[in-house]
Write a protein that binds this ligand. Structure first.
Ligand code: CTP
Length: 444
């Protein structure tokens, strides 16, 4: 009798060992499927602590598995059971009922889960990262909701310019505390998420870094290149993590798209067109001096340019629409000239356009339909349509969980840089934004 079971087997524990023992006892040959990092990411299981290789070794060293296989895609169980001629599928009782569909292929057995132990618990014991939030706007509320999907992180407290709004926010989102000042917040947490108005990011980030508190800062990190560079330098000196919260950079689909565009499949990249617009009819976005489509929205299209062509551009030219009576520009096109490529980044808060991304190369192009900044799907397209290919990825929720998972991973592993968004890439985006905002040509 062949038995199969599956799991992540992160930080192998007693619950895992007991499950494997009982699964093995159901037959005489046990196959164990261990999930890949990619599969865990795609099903929203973020923050697994150990690599696939380590987790396979965990299972192997239990001495209970006769064979270890890798589980890498949804629906694989149906195929494995037939491929390996499995008689019994066994899994913990936390999955009760969820795998009944496998009864069409073999016997399904749910084994009582061992109480009081789990990988999640062990990861938390290794230390939950206490996080404080600065600001009480829409993005801050979405962030707190998303943080619940990232294990090992706990949003503890919030502060805001007005204490009353911090109190209301803490109550609404069920946070432990609202505090009266930023210094008080810094005394209570080891990391902060800064989601206050753009113009305040620099001061808050600087104070947090000086206090040895890690910083996840909403985009744009600052509106001045010198300030952004200074913050990254200070963070490096103080050995704290500083990460700009551009969710797209950390989402699985966008990273794959960048990798595929850069692997030569579409040939040398020559041109990028990226658009992000979101209509706004009232509020801070429409007010000077920090509002406008560039400061609000250009980060996303510029991220695409920087990740796909690099930070070494030669020239920036910008045209902005500022209708009569408007305090700020509401639609802009930023053109970047590189030595061998060009990029055009459109952003709008007063003009609506298709939010797509096109990466043109000498052999073909990548097409990412709207909303490309939540990359779930893209195509590589060629002269001969028979060569076209479609790619699908998962983008969970609002996507803020990806940036937070990366931030937590960096804190835990002591990495001051993420290849997904390097300090020099973040700084280059600030520099382009600053140039665009100060040198734009206007029309009305
Ligand atoms: N398992 C168990 N008893 C536990 C924990 C896990 O029987 N206390 C079983 C699960 O039901 C599953 C297998 O072990 O059949 C692998 O589960 P996995 O998801 O890797 O372990 P968890 O500890 O549940 O991981 P997490 O906390 O990350 O969900």
């Amino acid at each position: 009798m062949k038995v199969i079971t599956y799991g992540t087997f992160d930080l192998f524990h007693e619950g895992h060992r007991r499950l494997l023992e009982r699964a093995k006892a159901l037959g005489d040959y046990l196959i164990v499927g261990v999930t890949t990092e990619n599969y865990d990411d795609s099903r929203g299981k973020l923050n697994v602590a150990q690599s696939l290789m380590e987790r396979i070794r965990n299972v192997e060293s239990s001495g209970l598995a006769d064979e270890v296989i890798v589980e890498e895609y949804e629906g694989q169980k149906v195929n494995d059971i037939q491929k390996y001629g499995v008689d019994i599928f066994a899994i913990g009782s936390d999955w009760l009922g969820k795998f009944d569909y496998l009864n069409d292929y073999c016997q399904v057995v749910y084994l009582e889960r061992t109480k009081g132990v789990s990988s999640t618990q062990l990861r938390n014991e290794a230390g939950v990262i206490k996080l404080g939030v600065v600001g009480t706007g829409r993005i801050a509320a979405r962030f707190v909701a998303e943080a619940r999907f990232v294990s090992g992180v706990s949003v503890e407290a919030v502060c805001s310019r007005r204490f009353a709004s911090a109190q209301a926010f803490a109550e609404q989102l069920e946070l432990a505390a609202a505090v009266e000042s930023f210094d008080e917040l810094l005394g209570q947490v080891e990391a902060v998420y800064i989601a206050s108005p753009h113009g305040t990011h620099y001061e808050y980030a600087k104070r947090a870094i000086a206090a040895g508190v890690h910083v996840l800062c909403e985009k744009p990190i600052t509106l001045a290149y010198a300030q952004t560079v200074e913050l990254y330098e200070l963070a490096r000196e103080r050995q704290v993590v500083l990460l700009e919260a551009i969710k797209t950079a950390f989402s699985p689909g966008f990273q794959r798209m960048v990798a595929i565009a850069r692997m030569g499949l579409i040939g040398k990249i020559r041109s990028i067109d990226a658009t992000f617009t979101k209509l706004v009819d009232a509020g801070r976005e429409l007010e000077g001096p920090d509002g406008g489509s560039i400061s609000e929205m250009a980060t996303y299209p510029l991220l695409a340019a920087v990740k796909l062509i690099g930070t070494d551009y030669r020239e920036v030219s910008t045209i902005s629409l500022q209708p009569e009576g408007a305090e700020v520009e509401v639609f802009s096109r930023i053109d970047l000239r590189y030595d061998h490529a060009i990029a055009s980044a459109r952003s709008g808060i007063g003009v609506k356009a298709e939010g797509e991304l096109i990466v043109a190369g000498e052999k073909g192009y990548v097409y990412v339909p709207a909303p490309w900044w939540k990359t779930e799907y893209f195509e590589t397209r060629f002269e001969n349509p028979a060569d076209n290919k479609r790619y699908y990825y998962k983008f969970d929720g609002d996507g803020l969980r990806y940036e937070l998972a990366e931030f937590a991973y960096m804190i835990r592993t002591g990495s001051l840089e993420s290849f997904k968004l390097r300090p020099e890439e973040s700084a280059a985006i600030t520099r382009i934004i600053e140039t665009a905002r100060t040198q734009a040509t206007y029309f009305a």
